[in-house]
Write a protein that binds this ligand. Structure first.
Ligand code: SF4
Length: 103
């Protein structure tokens, strides 16, 4: 059976759109931006060393997302989920004022 070239091309393009585009829409979560409204409200910094210690005096050197109770990233991962920023990733070396020392 011979498939007309035009039908073959149209079917191929249709398949590409129906299989590849949904996969793209399920792309990995993005990192939290420091300009995100929640991040700004909580003083999130992607690098804990850059926390404004005057504004956040409870910050203690060494505190970072990777040793926060709320951090859900895998050990050694550069980023991981945090329920405060649902659907986004925080840097393992980041920090925000919702920090809770891991027990
Ligand atoms: Fe990082 Fe904890 Fe703040 Fe989440 S709550 S951003 S894990 S310091």
């Amino acid at each position: 059976m011979k498939i007309p070239r035009r039908r073959f091309v149209i079917t191929g393009i249709s398949l590409a759109f129906t299989t590849l585009l949904p996969a793209r829409s399920r792309a990995a979560p993005t990192s939290v931006s420091e300009t995100d409204p929640t991040a700004q409200a909580l003083g999130y910094k992607s690098d804990a060393a850059k926390v404004d210690k005057t504004k956040y005096p409870k910050y203690v050197a060494g505190q970072m997302c990777s040793n926060c109770q709320l951090y859900q990233g895998k050990p050694g991962a550069a980023t991981g989920p945090c329920p405060i920023y649902a659907g986004k990733l925080v840097e393992s070396k980041g920090w925000c004022s919702a920090y809770v020392k891991k027990a």
